[in-house]
Design a protein around this ligand. Structure first.
Ligand code: TPP
Ligand code: MG
Length: 409
């Protein structure tokens, strides 16, 4: 396929030049990951050393300096810091509520984002209203930042609609279940942004597992050669269902970018400030015509893959405990308290807001009307199809058989 791109003709700084990406090498590994790596026969030196994370807040909430990324958060106000905290608390509450609703039979399935709040809120708040976001199925925190009403995320998981929101309403695409496919959609969209001469950027979210998908590799390559204004934001939550990262790849994830010719960087995915700064930097590169960036947000999926999964079958409690010590919300709270940026009344009001959100979510979900049972046959083909007509008739007969049974009694 040949697509004429103005971006491709733009002078491009050599990938990685002046980027902090080159400063980032390899990452900290959990004990379980190391075990998994050893089990897979991986030599300890295979990745060229231990990865380092871009970090602006330590797990204890202490602010650390970073010459490259500090400028991206230098003007952040106490009010904005409290805003990031509020975003994380409320999106976690929403997520917990959805998990409970699934357990009560109100949703068919739920994919929790527990533990990934900083990666999602930091990156989500880095986007501009005119940027376009392509999520997976777990980006509830990003949806929150984009202004999508959280209750709209639940219709698909309840099985009452096919999506639940207008993607163009908030420049937030529908959730994508086909792993990695949205990276291609994002890249194509970004190529279009360049053709339009707009200065907005595009961000594609995906997971560590998706990074091995062919679609993602193709997106990387197209993004690179067309210099597309796209940020590839990978949340490495250490697991692709039951498959640990170390059994999925032989080099640290962010290093994959190098083979495609653009910078890759690993950020502490449990540090909301670092995620905000690094994503702003990457979006700025995109807007400046410097092409794609791969951001690997190093984080942890605290819950199950989905409510259909039982993680106790494949990972131990010790691993989760180690990550709980790096909890993104507690980290920012410690920082806010140490800096005297938030008092008891702030936390109390937020708790009340969180309770109110929980109640609203429960009420709205329970009141969602069932769809017309025959709606599933609509919109399959623009002009109808004999096979769909046959299936509709079969389904109608099946439905009618229940009425007969009731009448026959
Ligand atoms: C093309 C495709 N292959 C397989 C699946 C089944 N599947 C659903 S989630 C998943 C793992 C994804 O892991 P990761 O990309 O790390 O994202 P996470 O769920 O951890 O957020 C797989 C293999 C799918 N949905 N689509
Ligand atoms: Mg994963």
């Amino acid at each position: 396929m040949t697509v004429e791109s103005t971006a491709a003709r733009k002078p491009r700084r050599s990938a990685g030049t002046k980027s902090a990406a080159s400063a980032s090498t390899t990452g900290t590994k959990s004990a379980a990951s190391r075990r998994a790596g050893a089990a897979a026969g991986k030599s300890p030196g295979a990745t060229g050393g231990e990865p380092q994370l871009v970090q602006l807040l330590t797990p204890e909430g202490k602010r650390v300096k970073d010459a490259t990324y500090d400028p991206y958060v230098a003007d952040i106000t106490p009010d904005e810091l409290r805003g990031l905290y509020r975003d994380m608390v409320l999106s976690r509450r929403f997520d917990a509520e959805a998990t409970s609703l699934q357990r009560q039979g109100e949703l068919g399935l739920w994919a929790s984002m527990l533990g990934q709040e900083a990666a999602q809120i930091g990156s989500g708040r880095a986007t501009r209203a005119d940027d376009y976001v392509f999520p997976t199925y777990r980006e509830h925190g990003v949806a929150w930042c984009r202004g999508v009403d959280p209750t709209n995320l639940l219709g698909m998981f309840r099985g009452v609609n096919n999506g639940g929101w207008d993607p163009n309403g908030n420049n937030f695409h529908l959730y994508t279940i086909v792993i990695g496919s949205q990276a291609l959609h994002a890249t194509g969209y970004a190529m279009g942004v360049t053709k339009d001469g707009a200065d907005s950027a595009v961000i594609a979210y995906f997971g560590d597992g998706a990074s091995s998908q062919g679609d993602v590799m193709e997106a990387f390559n197209f993004g690179a050669v067309y210099n597309a204004p796209v940020v590839f934001f990978c949340q490495n939550n250490q697991w692709a269902i039951s498959e640990p990262t170390e059994r999925q790849m032989r080099v640290p994830l962010y290093q994959r970018a190098q083979g495609f010719g653009f910078p890759g960087i690993r950020v502490d995915g449990n540090d909301v400030l670092a995620c905000l700064a690094v994503t702003k930097w990457a979006l700025e590169r995109a807007r400046n015509g410097e092409g794609p960036t791969l951001v690997e947000a190093y984080t942890y999926r605290m819950g199950a893959h989905t409510t259909s999964d039982d993680p106790t079958r494949y990972r131990g409690d010790d691993e989760r405990a180690a990550w709980e010590a790096k909890d993104p919300i507690l980290r920012l709270r410690a920082h806010l308290e140490a800096a005297n940026h938030a008092d008891e009344s702030f936390f109390a009001e937020l708790e009340a807001e969180s309770e109110a959100l929980g109640k609203r979510v429960r009420d709205v979900v329970r009141a969602m009307p069932d769809p017309d049972h025959f709606a599933i046959f609509e919109n399959v083909y623009a002009d109808g199809h004999a096979l769909v007509d046959e299936e509709r008739a079969q389904f109608a007969a099946y439905q009618a058989s229940f009425a007969d049974a009731v009448e026959g009694k």
